[in-house]
Design a protein around this ligand. Structure first.
Ligand code: ZN
Length: 334
């Protein structure tokens, strides 16, 4: 008997073998256990993430990059940019992560909502990986559904604290902004608190929205369709207002057949790699706002979890678990 109005995609095999790292990869298992312990989910709610097909990965990534990952022939610089130790096991985990996101996207088209307890590796570009991301699973899922004729247009809503640079570059105009001089980065870091500001860009078949802390990684932020650059210390109410504005602005310009929600836990006030000031409750309100938007307009929505580096790893697990609970609240009411 299912407990939830949507399926949860999960695989033990997608555990990232990166040891004691700020990226606490045990969080995925923790979310599953917490949901089961609290009685919010039962075993039949979970479906297994499969290995992805290489043909799907190659819809987004260059053959050269995929071969380097498979054969372990990354340059020292390419390996350092990953910021996680390369291994064959890591690559295999990413193949499961990507397979899980493709499955979750397909399932979302059937059930209106599906959540992958994993995924959201938005810093992976077509030809290289960085920032803990080897393969851009969300981009692979979208291109795979498009190839199979299931959808033509998708929206990526990225609420991780870090800008979705890989996703923006993959679906962008091919003419990203020039790399800024180093001095401007230092200036941005030292500058006093600035107002949030929005940049918009041309739209093709995938509409990308990113709400992120401006003075944070990645240094180079290729243009999304809508980038909301938030100042340090942005609070719940400010964040939610900008999210509402971004969603309304996107709705005026684009009708997606699928939303891919990247529900990062790192806008949290106690995150070690983030500088926003959102509370756990504010993050759950964010999730509710996103799911209500999808539901009201009849857009299927697939969720991945992306980052989360709270000082207390249990907080990260709680924030991601709340995302599942928010989806349950919104989608189980008729
Ligand atoms: Zn992040």
């Amino acid at each position: 008997m299912n407990k939830l109005p949507m399926r949860l995609v999960y695989s033990d095999k997608a555990k990232l073998p990166i040891g004691d790292h700020v990226f606490h990869s045990g969080k995925y298992r923790g979310i599953r256990e917490r949901l089961l312990q609290m009685g919010a989910a039962k075993e039949p709610d979970f479906i297994s993430a499969p290995l992805c097909r290489e043909a799907d990965v190659l819809l987004v990534h260059t053959k050269l990059w995929v071969d380097k990952l498979k054969n372990g022939t990354l340059s020292t610089r390419e390996e350092l940019e990953l910021e996680v130790p390369y291994s064959q096991e890591l690559v295999e985990a990413f193949w499961y992560m990507t397979g899980g996101t493709v499955l979750a996207a397909e399932q979302a088209l059937r059930d209106n909502c599906c959540i992958h307890i994993g995924g959201g590796f938005h810093h992976a570009f077509a030809d290289h990986g960085e920032g803990f991301c080897l393969i851009n699973d969300v981009a692979v899922a979208i291109r795979s559904l498009q190839r199979d004729g299931h959808i033509a247009r998708a929206m990526v809503l990225d609420c991780d604290v870090h800008q979705g640079n890989g996703t923006a570059a993959i679906f962008g105009t091919g003419q990203p902004e020039p790399f800024p001089p180093r001095a401007s980065w230092a200036t941005a870091l030292l500058a006093p608190k600035r107002e949030a500001h929005v940049k918009t860009s041309v739209v093709r078949d995938v509409f990308t929205i990113s709400l992120h802390q401006e003075s944070n990684y990645p240094q180079w932020k290729p243009a999304s369709s809508i980038d909301v650059n938030l100042p340090d210390g942005t609070t719940d109410s400010e964040y939610l207002e900008w999210l509402d504005t971004a969603l309304k602005g996107a709705k005026e310009r684009f009708e997606p057949e699928l939303i891919c929600y990247v529900a990062g836990a790192d806008p949290y006030e106690q995150d070690q790699l983030g500088g926003l000031a959102m509370t756990m409750d504010g993050l759950k309100q964010r999730d509710r706002m996103v799911y209500n938007f999808a539901r009201e307009h009849g857009y299927p929505i697939m969720t991945t979890f992306a980052g989360g580096y709270a000082q207390n790893p249990e907080d990260t697990v709680a924030i991601h678990t709340n995302t599942v609970l928010a989806a349950k609240e919104v989608f189980e009411t008729s």
